[in-house]
Design a protein around this ligand. Structure first.
Ligand SMILES: Cc1cc2nc3c(=O)[nH]c(=O)nc-3n(C[C@H](O)[C@H](O)[C@H](O)COP(=O)(O)O)c2cc1C
Length: 307
């Protein structure tokens, strides 16, 4: 019997849908047992978000300051494989997931265990996954694959469509706005990752392969958008500086933090309107000169599953 643990958190249910699509084939497979662990924050994040609630968690998300959780993981069992499904908050793993990965339970669960990360996000996930690698490394987990499903409306439009979804609760609040979220087709297609896991378990039984090698190679588990490589680096640096300043001003929900946030959101909007398209343009112009460097970076971020 193979034991698989799926750890997740989802606000709108999108990530749960993605994980369910992936795990679908395993649910009916023989000799595979799946346990689920939903991470539950002690104080729930409300959805849709209010403007201040959304932005005021930026510093803690970026600095991965653990929040209190009201859920305990099943630590009695040793798992053959762990799936961590997470969403990105401010270029970082979402707070519920980064908090869980810093608990004592996680230390027990992940030690020397093959792990697959699954992301459902707007599309800017490169830095978050680097931070996830750090968290998993601290737990002595073995990251073998990364699967990323990004919003269907594309890199540019998602800057508008995804925040509108977060603030209104509707994926398409107005007819002229492209629909936010991962497409239904991409979610249905994610079944192929579950099929690949079953095949790997079979190969392990036959001693053809082991569980420490990537399973998703050749399945287009990730797509690295080169336009985001540099804008994420700049964005994350600015989040760190502003995050520190905002935390110095005061804890969440204080007037001082809210005043600081007013300045910060104006700056962020300017950053999105200027830096993101400018760096995308620069990259396009310089792409022929730095072709090799960009391709190496793409390869690096696509690991371990590959594009
Ligand atoms: C506070 C917050 C910040 C977010 N920041 C990012 C981000 O930096 N990059 C990104 O690709 N998506 C970002 N998203 C979108 C989420 O990754 C995700 O797609 C969305 O919240 C739906 O996930 P769910 O399964 O929890 O409902 C953000 C969402 C929230 C709520």
């Amino acid at each position: 019997m193979r034991n698989v643990l799926v750890i997740g958190y989802s606000q709108t249910g999108q990530l749960t849908q993605i994980t369910d699509a992936i795990m679908g084939p395993l649910k009916t497979a023989e000799n595979i047992n799946i346990d689920y662990h939903q991470v539950v924050p002690k104080t729930a994040y409300s959805f849709p978000w209010s403007f201040f609630d959304f932005f005021q968690i930026m510093p803690e998300s970026v600095y991965m300051k653990p929040i209190e959780l009201s859920s305990r993981a099943p630590i009695q069992k040793k798992y053959d494989l762990i799936i961590v499904s997470y969403q990105v908050w401010f270029l970082s793993p979402s707070l519920p997931i980064s908090s869980f990965l810093q608990t004592e339970d996680a230390k027990i669960l992940f030690k020397n265990t093959p792990t697959i990360t699954v992301l459902g996000c707007r599309g800017m996930w490169l830095t978050a996954q680097e931070k996830m690698k750090g968290l998993l490394n601290n737990l002595d987990a073995k990251l073998i694959d990364n699967i990323v499903l990004a919003d269907e409306c594309g890199a540019g439009f998602s800057f508008l469509a995804t925040p509108l979804w977060m603030f209104t609760g509707k994926k398409k609040p107005w007819s002229w706005v492209p629909k936010a979220g991962v497409s239904d087709e991409d979610i249905t297609d994610a079944k192929r990752f579950g099929d690949a896991m079953i095949k790997r378990f079979e190969d392990v039984e036959l001693n053809k392969k082991d569980l420490s090698e990537p399973i998703m190679k050749g399945l287009q588990a990730v797509k690295v958008n080169e336009k985001f490589i540099f804008s994420e680096k700049i964005g994350h640096r600015s989040f760190k500086v502003w995050g520190k300043l905002l935390m110095l001003l005061g804890p969440q929900n204080t007037i001082r933090r809210k005043l600081g946030l007013c300045f910060y959101t104006t700056f962020l909007l300017a950053l999105i309107i200027t830096v993101v398209p400018i760096t995308a343009l620069i990259i396009k112009l310089l792409s022929s000169i730095f072709k090799e460097k960009i391709s190496k970076q793409k390869q690096y971020y696509a690991q371990p599953s590959g594009e």
